[in-house]
Design a protein around this ligand. Structure first.
Ligand code: BG6
Ligand code: MG
Length: 218
């Protein structure tokens, strides 16, 4: 029986995925590295450091540990410039209504995000109270597609992995849900449509009961 929902943040609750891309693009241009929107798909859902290693890999470049850390710090400074401007209006349509309905029906809700900026973003958007638990990049050591972030979410909520539905916009996140033996709902990104249990283009008009039935057959 489904008892909990685990939400990714970037690209599922708010369209911050575009700000991650803009920040990486800015850094790449400064460093003379090639990086475009298609390359960006592989960065969705994965940790900051792993993202930069992917960009270096695309360019056949290597850097020392210290240089990588400095570049990641710079990218985050750029990202935060965008995040400080973030408005409540950028919450994706329908998602807060969906969470409210889910809570009122008794489902537990956790955030399962790789981002170390999750808390700041939830606060800025004034949606922290929607979550029973928040598992973010500061609490996990293994990045998606490892299921750690979602398994921890289930554990903190006191439910079994099989009782969870994960909402994700990234391939890494859908793989993490599958590895964790959870149901997966792909959100918004057509790139994940073929590998999730169920796909929605967004939360507008999504009905909790109908969705649970479609995903789990309950
Ligand atoms: C994920 C994003 O949610 O968080 C990735 O999809 C990002 O693009 C990752 O790299 C880590 O985020 P942050 O905010 O800790 O750099
Ligand atoms: Mg995401």
């Amino acid at each position: 029986m489904i008892r909990a929902f685990l939400f990714d943040l970037d690209g599922v609750i708010v369209d911050t995925a575009k700000y991650h891309y803009m920040a990486w693009k800015r850094l790449s241009e400064e460093l003379g590295l090639s990086f475009d929107i298609r390359d960006n798909e592989a960065l969705k859902g994965v940790s900051r450091r792993r993202s930069f290693e992917i960009i270096l890999g695309i360019n056949g470049k290597e850097m020392s540990d210290e240089e990588i850390e400095a570049c990641c710090q710079k990218k985050n400074d750029y990202y935060l410039e965008y995040i400080y401007q973030l408005k409540k209006e950028e919450i994706l349509p329908g998602v807060t209504d969906f969470m409210k309905e889910a809570s009122s029906l008794g489902y537990k809700i956790a955030l399962g995000s790789a981002s170390k900026n999750s808390r700041l973003i939830l606060e800025k958007l004034e949606i922290t109270p929607y979550f029973d638990e928040v598992i973010d990049g500061t609490k996990v050591s293994k990045a998606k597609p490892d299921p750690e972030v979602f398994l921890k979410g289930a554990e903190e909520l006191g439910v079994k992995p099989e009782e969870c539905i994960v909402f994700e916009d990234s391939l890494a996140g859908i793989m993490a849900a599958r590895k964790g033996h959870m149901k997966s709902v792909g959100v918004a990104n057509p790139e994940v449509e073929d590998c999730c249990d169920y796909f929605i283009s967004g939360f507008s008009g999504a009905d909790v009961r109908v969705l649970v039935k479609k995903v789990s057959g309950e």
